[in-house]
Design a binder for this molecule. Sequence first.
Ligand SMILES: [Fe+2]
Length: 195
Amino acid sequence: MNFPCTKLPINISMEYFKEIDLPSWSLVQKFCRSKWDGAFTTATVFSGVDLAYIGKLVEYDILTVLGIEVKIKTAIMFINEPNFVQDLHVDGFDPERINASNTALNLPILNCDNGPMYWYDGDFVLTKSPFKTIKYLKINWQDEPTLAATKIINKPTFVKINIPHHIENRSNSPRLMLSIRFTKDILLENIPSIS
Ligand SMILES: [Fe+2]
């Protein structure tokens, strides 16, 4: 018997995020909170001994929990004002995204229970962002984008950053999220689901 062949939407099997267990999460939270003076800058970029401290904790956990050996590349703490809505973007400096990470490990630091992340599908062309300080690429939509997935990131979660996404802080308090990139990049399909 022949069944009609229905073409499924492209995102039907695509994963946009994956939660993981990260034993050092509370230690990293404590450290990051101690580094925030309450000012609303866009982000804090960790470097030197601070980056090394976060790296040591997180690299150990990734190896122990996921069995994957990685080195920390960057750790940026995003500081979102109350009711902040981030521009839709793809991460990266260069529209070709050569050597750019496709995933980030997001670690909630403060008030992340009311800040959904959204991912969008559609045809687009990437161009450089006019903002030099932030690693965002501008999305030039060729047609109307459609919402593909949404998730409240309130646990350590690997998220896709190579497709259009943004966050909203739907609360009256500041939201702090640490976003970590690794070499090598960890693909979502290589992360076992937690039960
Ligand atoms: Fe992003």
